[in-house]
Design a protein around this ligand. Structure first.
Ligand code: FMN
Length: 178
């Protein structure tokens, strides 16, 4: 088989096996996800952080979380093994924080009510929950890196969490408990 034919065959196979990317993206947007902001400090002590929906619980014993970062994330650069960070579960009314922290640059914290959390980590006020973690492993996954977090401490405010669904933010619908 010549090189051209081999390449065409590989391309045809990829077409048959790979998903339609628009459908894949739409299917991912069908999956409701909590809206979180991860914060930490970089090697110079400056606050860094970003909005993430690809965050999940990972383990109960020991308690662990995971967060998936695009390889181009500035926040990811600071999250080396052993580094402490906070996962904030955003609450109803914190949509502006979600979009603000999804931007690029070094001045993202300017308009956000923040205090010094554990170890001086930037802690955002008014969140539904905050998890203090330290980085365990960094595992490559395509164009993202999975960061595992060993959970040290959790605080909850009992507020209604925000959810990200079909590229929009909503307070999660609350049900009347019988
Ligand atoms: C609702 C929402 C969810 C997001 N989820 C993720 C995510 O799970 N992973 C990711 O890498 N980026 C996600 N982003 C995009 C990042 O927030 C964005 O790329 C940000 O600019 C990265 O900032 P940094 O480079 O300062 O870390 C999300 C953005 C929004 C608005």
């Amino acid at each position: 088989m010549n090189v051209q034919a081999e390449t065409m065959e590989a391309g045809a196979a990829a077409d048959l096996c790979g998903p339609d990317m628009d459908v894949f993206k739409a299917a991912m947007s069908d999956m409701p996800a909590a809206v979180t902001v991860v914060t930490c400090r970089d090697w110079q002590g400056r606050p860094v952080g970003t909005t993430l929906s690809a965050v999940s619980s990972l383990s109960l014993a020991p308690p662990m979380m995971l967060a998936c970062f695009d390889v181009g994330s500035n926040t990811l650069k600071a999250l080396l093994p052993g580094v402490d960070f906070l996962i904030h579960v955003l609450a109803e009314g914190q949509e502006k924080i979600a979009y603000g922290m999804a931007g690029k640059g070094t001045d993202k914290f300017g308009d956000i009510e923040c205090s010094a959390g554990p170890g001086g980590l930037p802690q955002i006020a008014g969140c539904a929950a905050v998890m203090h973690c330290s980085v365990g492993q960094r595992v490559p996954g395509g164009d993202h890196v999975i960061v595992t977090g060993n959970v040290r401490r959790v605080t909850r405010a009992g507020a209604v969490p925000l959810v990200y669904h079909r590229r929009a933010l909503f307070p999660i619908p609350t049900q009347t408990q019988e």
